[in-house]
Design a protein around this ligand. Structure first.
Ligand code: NDP
Length: 497
């Protein structure tokens, strides 16, 4: 069986202590490959190589146009090798092959989008009216950027960081989840084969808890961009604080999906299923909290249950399968105990909620009714196929609207949410009052690389994608150039007056 190697100092290599970890196929629990298990010594070596490249190397000296062209070639390679990459992603994640193929398309779009940004104007003239002075801002790469990604969308999350970081001219150290290293490893090969300066890319595989602190505390690292869970995000922020490095965090979500009684119900219900059950709920923006107007609650819930019970969960490589496995045995256990706790706290289990027999970490679409804001299931991220249902009501239209907004905002998270209504004015009002980074009106899940993605409150800081997603990887410098130098004249010079 092959072993995925680290990439340090322009060379694919084993971990210094020779350790490797098995990588499981979550749909049957078999081991499909192994990956080198980096130690903190490997992490130190990667930091040193990245630092050397950034301070003295070639990548940041290439023009932004050249870097953009390389990103475009990377996008073409990804599309040309989509079948292989999607297959690897399915083996690592247990997601359906169809979804992984779509992910590769999205990844290529991200590389193409940032390739296009190479022609965007960077920097500006400041105060052109001061005589004899050229005053302007310019942008520069931040430096050595550690990019840490989760297991749910391994290649897509990597692309949101890698493409802008490389376009900006940074040196990167990639650290995918220990559970899903294959496609990030593949991406690194493509990056260097298509012309990215090899010394500007380091790849570390293995457990984040082993090498994370070495990466985030190091004074030689200038930035950490992290996507993952809230607790890990908090600990990264703490360990990065010692060197006041730039930290960008994309964390979890507990996303409200609000349906008003006047909504197009067939569309709202169908999308409510996709909102939560796509990729078995392992999506940071999953619409996990259904908040429905009381008068239509029964109709909506009955239809959701009918449809949820028909979702085809199974073999990710079977074209008939609609959603695959959860990532690991441990994660399934976490999701199941979350459902059990919800029932203990008074939620009504309408469907799912049972661990199926047989191999693989599957879990059925699960709906919990009669939930309220006091329950853990409404506040905590399950990151599984579990929908909680709450209702809102009130004596007047305005009161009902206010109640819906209050429930939707009653969470420490603020990543994404949706509102369903036929009333365009209400849709705008609600969208503007929801404190979440992305709001869909009469839709759920679409995103485009041109629009920023990220969270408010404890869903994180900063933004990925769009122009802001590039700005995250740039420093701004003001250069004041006095073309006609003259004395400042502030301090008196009595000897020469
Ligand atoms: P984790 O926080 O467990 O892990 C994320 C990454 O951090 C992994 O690469 C992990 O490595 C690494 N890591 C773990 N400990 C440390 C440490 N001390 N220092 C540095 N790195 C560390 O998240 P999951 O992988 O479980 O991903 C699921 C979470 O990601 C969910 O909460 C989800 O909402 C969130 N997410 C957010 C998105 C967004 O856009 N806001 C998008 C996608 C997911 P290892 O796996 O090896 O432990």
């Amino acid at each position: 069986m092959s072993t995925l190697q680290l990439f340090i100092d322009s060379t694919f290599c084993d971990a210094e202590n020779g350790e490797t970890t098995p990588i499981e196929y979550p749909a049957d629990g078999s081991i499909h490959t192994r990956a080198a298990e980096a130690s903190s010594k490997d992490a130190e070596r990667a930091i040193a190589a990245a630092r050397k490249e950034f301070d003295y190397g070639k990548w940041r000296q290439t023009t932004v146009g050249e870097r953009g062209e390389i990103l475009r070639k990377v996008a073409s390679r990804l599309l040309a090798e989509k079948d292989t990459i999607a297959r690897l992603e399915t083996l690592d994640t247990g997601k359906t092959l169809a979804e992984c193929e779509m992910d590769v398309d999205d990844v290529a779009s991200v590389f193409n989008y940032y390739a296009d940004q190479a022609s965007a104007t960077i920097g500006r003239v400041v105060d052109p009216s001061t005589p004899g002075v050229s005053s302007r801002t310019i942008t520069e790469p931040v430096g050595v950027c550690v990019l840490i990604t989760p297991w749910n969308y391994p290649l897509l999350q990597a692309s949101w960081k890698v493409a802008p970081a490389l376009l900006a001219g940074n040196s990167i150290i990639l650290k995918p989840s220990e559970l899903t290293p294959s496609t990030t490893h593949y991406l690194v090969k493509i990056l260097v084969e298509e012309g990215v300066e090899p010394a500007a890319v380091q790849l570390l595989l293995g457990a984040g808890s082993n090498i994370g602190p070495t990466l985030t505390e190091s004074p030689d690292v200038d930035m950490v961009s992290f996507t993952g869970g809230l607790e890990t995000g908090r600990s990264i922020m703490k360990s990065a604080s010692g060197t006041v490095k730039r930290v960008a965090l994309e964390l979890g979500g507990k996303n409200p999906n609000v349906i008003f009684a006047d909504a197009d119900l067939p569309a709202a219900i169908d999308n409510a299923l996709t909102a939560i059950f796509l990729d078995s709920g392992q999506v940071c923006s999953a619409g996990a909290r259904l908040i429905v107007e009381e008068s239509i609650r029964q109709e909506v819930v009955d239809e959701l249950v009918r449809r949820a019970q028909q979702i085809r969960v199974g073999d990710p490589f079977d074209q008939e399968t609609e959603t695959g496995a959860l990532i690991s045995a441990g994660h399934r256990e976490k999701v199941h105990s979350y459902v059990q706790r919800a029932v203990e706290q008074g939620a009504k289990l309408l469907c799912g909620g049972q661990v199926p027999e047989g191999a693989g970490y599957f879990y059925p679409p699960t709906i919990l009714d009669e939930c309220d804001q006091t329950m853990d299931c409404v506040h905590d991220e399950s990151f599984g196929p579990v929908l909680t249902v709450e209702t809102f009501d009130g004596g007047s239209e305005a009161e009902r609207e206010a109640n819906a907004i209050a429930i939707a905002n009653d969470t420490i998270y603020g990543l994404a949410g949706a509102v369903w209504t036929a009333d365009a004015s209400r849709a705008e009002r609600v969208a503007r009052q929801l404190r979440h980074g992305t709001i869909w009106i009469n839709d759920y899940h679409p995103y485009v690389p041109q629009a920023e993605w990220g969270g408010m409150k404890q869903s994180g800081n900063g933004r990925e994608l769009g122009p802001t997603g590039l700005a995250e990887y740039l420093e701004i410098k003001h250069i004041w150039h006095n073309i006609q130098p003259a004395k400042a004249g502030w301090f008196a010079d009595p000897d020469n007056s």
